[in-house]
Design a protein around this ligand. Structure first.
Ligand code: BES
Ligand code: ZN
Length: 653
């Protein structure tokens, strides 16, 4: 089969970012080592799979956090904050309710760029002693607070800095309405510590409550129970009664309106966007019902979606009870709502059962892609889901090619020590994770697999899990001493091995075969407007675009653009796939569309491959740098971090 990868759709190229690690391992208390060792994988007694280095207990430590939860662990977080748009500052008090083990004298928190004014214990009027450690790139500073044996609540008075990485402050011009400023936070993976002092590890869970003061014209929403009415005094209160890892804390403030989608769901967006969003997400209740049929109840009360301004750096973020979503999925025809299925699915995989460390990221994303495709299959049938799966397989193959088939970064179980956990955000976690689970499904049959999965979510609900912990449960339950089955599935090759094991399931899509035939006939001389493409879905168009020859001359590009109006497409995925050809073939008539796309939104998944492609030629690089000069101020720091590197951008200049 012919799949020239026109779009390198990987989520993040390997970055050479290094960071100094705090001397955590050296100071690891024996008690924690013991806890960690208990989660070590069972030895492989079948002797049929390759001997691979299994993770040691030590690997399970979260190397991206200063927290020492075995000494004192935060259980509840109460925020009392004010949002100051002029000063670009969030300030107030974080009150952390803790559980302390006998003899502990300190609470260790993560913080990065926070101005800590004072720390108080319980009702004391005199502050306690605290120390801020060395500021390590990405990890920030350890905040060590002296506590008493009886301490229950630690109050931290603090303020954020204008450049806090989790927070994006938007000028009115960067919003749809153009009248009011906007603010949103993005916590995953280790950014929450830039706006809240906390134990910023996915292995720690907190319930939270918050009171947030915003300018009276604006509305505040959080990843919690939201009030739907506007507060005339600008004071909003929130409650999140389920324990969540700190990366799921989220706040947005703007001129927001709400539309109900059904009894349990709704959408928040700027007034000019909310109607379109309400139509686009009209299948949300159906999606919720579909996952519940498969994998048990939705345990978070309501499920709402917040549509952000276009600079939101991701497609979606699964903030509990309130998914944050890019407006680039508002295609007008509901064709890109698999993203909503994905973020909704995180209510089971990720938010309910959470990766214990960022090395276990595939437990979040691989399971979520699996659930996402099952939801799409429930709603639209297996042929539709197969198209999504094949596009995912193409992405995965391209990703493995980019990383190198033997790269350590192609293992499902990652080793991100000393690196930005963002580097784990590749198609390996998402798509290799998906195909691993799909392989398991096919090995045991859907019925057994689904009941295993449902039990898995029940058993691990509101807990964090390591890869080793998952494998242990898989062996004990699904594989239950079946040596043949254990040999067939080749767990170790998938989890601790490179590339794509040969038992990857085969995916067939008759629809895509037809698309390939149309590509062939066009390449063989048939006119573009004679192709049988009238009924194509977005996914067929994407396959068409990805399957086109890499080299196209100006006449061919012109013919395609005239016949199918790709340059004017209102579908961000289609436009993105087309723009790859535009760059690769220097198709100048579409440069204005390219420039408008790059300056009009900040979604890294689109920006990164386009800038990468531009940077390949001298002329392209010059164009990229010119566009970036204009666009950079409107991008989120998550995106600029990536693009700066691609363009060798000196942010200081
Ligand atoms: N949780 C991720 C986004 C994320 C991952 C943010 C790691 C920061 C660090 C979210 O669920 C996600 O995967 N979003 C995807 C869309 C999805 C349909 C694959 C995205 O934003 O592209
Ligand atoms: Zn996800």
């Amino acid at each position: 089969m012919r799949f020239p990868r026109t779009s390198v759709n990987h989520r993040l190229s390997a970055q050479a970012t290094t960071l100094l690690l705090p001397a955590l391992r050296a100071t690891l208390p024996a008690a924690l080592l013991l806890i960690l060792a208990c989660g070590a994988p069972a030895s492989d007694d079948t002797a049929t799979t390759a001997a691979v280095p299994a993770p040691t207990g030590d690997n399970m430590l979260d190397v991206h956090s200063y927290a020492k939860p075995d000494e004192a662990v935060v259980r509840h977080l109460d925020l009392d904050l004010a949002v100051d748009f002029e000063a670009r500052k969030i300030s107030g008090r974080a009150s952390l309710t803790i559980d302390t083990s006998a003899g502990a004298t300190q609470l260790h928190l993560d913080s990065r760029g926070l101005d800590i004014a004072a720390v108080f214990l319980d009702d004391a009027s005199e502050p306690t002693t605290f120390a801020l450690g060395e500021d390590v790139p990405l990890l920030g500073s350890e905040l060590t607070i002296e506590i008493e044996p009886t301490t229950q609540v630690v109050h931290v008075d603090y303020a954020t800095q204008p450049q806090a990485a989790a927070v994006q402050w938007l000028d009115p011009a960067q919003t749809a309405g153009g009248q009011h400023p906007f603010l949103f936070t993005q916590g995953q993976a280790i950014l929450t510590r830039t706006w809240v002092p906390c134990q910023d590890s996915p292995g720690v869970r907190v319930t939270y409550s918050a009171k947030v003061q915003v300018p009276p014209a604006l509305v505040a929403v959080m990843s919690a129970e939201n009030q739907i009415e506007r507060a005339p005094d600008g004071i909003y209160t929130f409650d999140m009664p389920q324990a969540v890892p700190p990366y799921l804390l989220a706040l947005a403030v703007g001129d927001l309106e709400f539309r109900s989608l059904g009894p349990r769901s709704g959408v928040f967006a700027e007034p000019s966007v909310v109607e379109k969003a309400a139509y686009e997400f009209g299948e949300t209740e159906e999606m919720m019902a579909a996952v519940e049929r498969l994998y048990g109840p939705y345990r978070w009360g309501r499920y709402d979606i917040l549509v952000l301004p276009p600079s939101f750096p991701f497609g979606g973020m699964e903030n509990p009870r309130l998914t944050f979503a890019t407006p680039t999925i508002l295609a007008g025809d509901r064709s890109l709502v698999a993203l909503i299925a994905h973020e909704l699915a995180h209510s089971w995989s990720g938010n309910l059962v959470t990766n214990a460390t960022w090395n276990d990221f595939w437990l979040n994303e691989g399971f979520t892609v699996y659930l996402e495709r099952r939801i799409m299959e429930e709603l639209n049938g297996p042929e539709y889901a197969a198209m999504l799966t094949l596009l995912g397989l193409q992405d995965l193959q391209g990703q493995i090619e980019d990383l190198g088939a033997t790269s350590r970064d192609t293992h499902l179980y990652l080793d991100l020590a000393g690196r930005d956990p963002d580097e784990g955000m590749t198609d390996i976690a998402y798509e290799k994770g998906y195909f691993f689970l799909r392989m398991l499904e096919e090995a045991v049959g859907r019925e057994r697999w689904d009941s295993f999965l449902k039990a898995y979510f029940d058993r691990n609900a509101f807990q964090s899990l390591t890869t080793a912990g998952f494998i242990e449960q898989l062996r004990a339950d699904l594989l239950a001493g079946d040596a043949d089955l254990t040999a067939t599935v080749r767990l170790d090759d998938w989890i601790y091995g490179a590339g794509l094991p040969s038992n990857v399931p085969a995916i067939e899509s008759p629809a895509f075969v037809k698309v390939e035939a149309q590509v062939d006939s066009w390449a063989g001389g048939a006119a573009a407007d004679s192709l049988a493409a009238d009924e194509w879905t977005t996914h067929e168009w994407l396959h068409f675009l990805r399957s086109l020859p890499a080299e196209l001359d100006k006449t061919q590009m012109q013919e395609l653009d005239t016949a199918f109006e790709f340059s004017g497409s209102g579908n961000s995925e289609v436009l993105h796939a087309w723009l790859h050809h535009v760059i690769a073939n220097g198709y100048e008539p579409a440069y204005p569309a390219l420039e408008a796309f790059l300056t009009g939104m900040g979604r890294r998944k689109f920006l990164q491959p386009l800038y990468e492609r531009l940077a390949k030629t001298e002329e392209g690089l010059a164009m990229a740098r010119r566009i970036y000069t204009v666009a950079r101020p409107s991008y989120h720091s998550i995106s600029t971090t990536t693009i700066d590197e691609i363009l060798n951008w000196d942010a200081a200049s």
